[in-house]
Write a protein that binds this ligand. Structure first.
Ligand code: E4P
Length: 217
């Protein structure tokens, strides 16, 4: 399973990279705004800064919602750095843009996916990644993890190579559940990744081992 971090915060991206388990980064306009990164040039520079910290894929989102605008923005984003993956919303012109980028060899991440039908369309259009938002589904009492398992079944039935990127992860159990149902990638905050690390019995056990070792020294 690939681990992406879902933030535009440079310190957190560095922390995750230093942990040695990071495969990529996802961002969105809200995450950029949260870090105070506004204005087209600052946002573009921030994408390049992120690419220079991590080794893997970095999703950068188009703002346009019409085909011509998405193509213009997506091509400019892809030209920024070889690690950039163009993030395209699951709307009618977004599907056309996914197909256009696939034909051009530009990698894409289809975002704001909330149903198996949307995921099927994204795969048909040749998306590199599809991003079902599981936390936001859970927020409205739908089952986000179930959506991941439905998409897994559909993609496996037909051998689609689009990678299932479980997004809107909120906590460590989301990561575990996504791993159980076969998501290819998860993207979440550093807190969710660090939640996998902790267990009180590990701390208690280590304390005892060190205390026993020190008895003889
Ligand atoms: C995905 O790429 C999105 O940036 C993200 O996972 C959305 O998460 P949220 O629902 O916590 O905003």
């Amino acid at each position: 399973m690939k681990f992406f971090i879902d933030t535009a915060n440079i310190d957190q991206i560095r922390d995750a990279q230093e942990l040695g388990i990071l495969d990529g980064v996802t961002t969105n306009p809200s995450l950029m705004a949260k870090e105070g990164i506004t204005g087209k040039n600052n946002i573009l520079k921030h994408y390049v800064d992120i690419c220079n910290i991590v080794d893997g894929d970095v999703s950068a989102e188009v703002i346009a919602t019409d085909l011509a605008g998405m193509i213009r923005e997506g091509e400019a984003l892809a030209d920024l750095h070889e690690q950039i993956v163009v993030k395209v919303p699951m709307i009618r012109d977004g599907v056309k843009a996914l197909k256009y980028f696939a034909d051009k060899g530009i990698r894409t991440n289809c975002t704001l996916v909330f149903s198996p039908g949307q995921a099927l369309l994204a795969a048909k259009a040749g998306a590199t990644y599809v991003s079902p938002f599981i936390g936001r589904l859970d927020d409205v009492s739908s089952d986000g993890i179930h959506l991941i398992s439905e998409i897994r079944l559909i993609y496996d039935n037909y051998g689609y190579e689009t990678e299932i990127l479980a997004a809107s992860i909120r906590h460590a159990m989301h990561i575990i559940d996504c791993a159980k149902v076969g998501a290819d990638v998860m993207t979440g905050p550093l807190s969710a990744i660090e939640g996998l690390l902790k267990h009180p019995l590990t701390d208690i056990g280590l304390e005892k081992f060190l205390a026993d070792y020190n008895k003889g020294n």
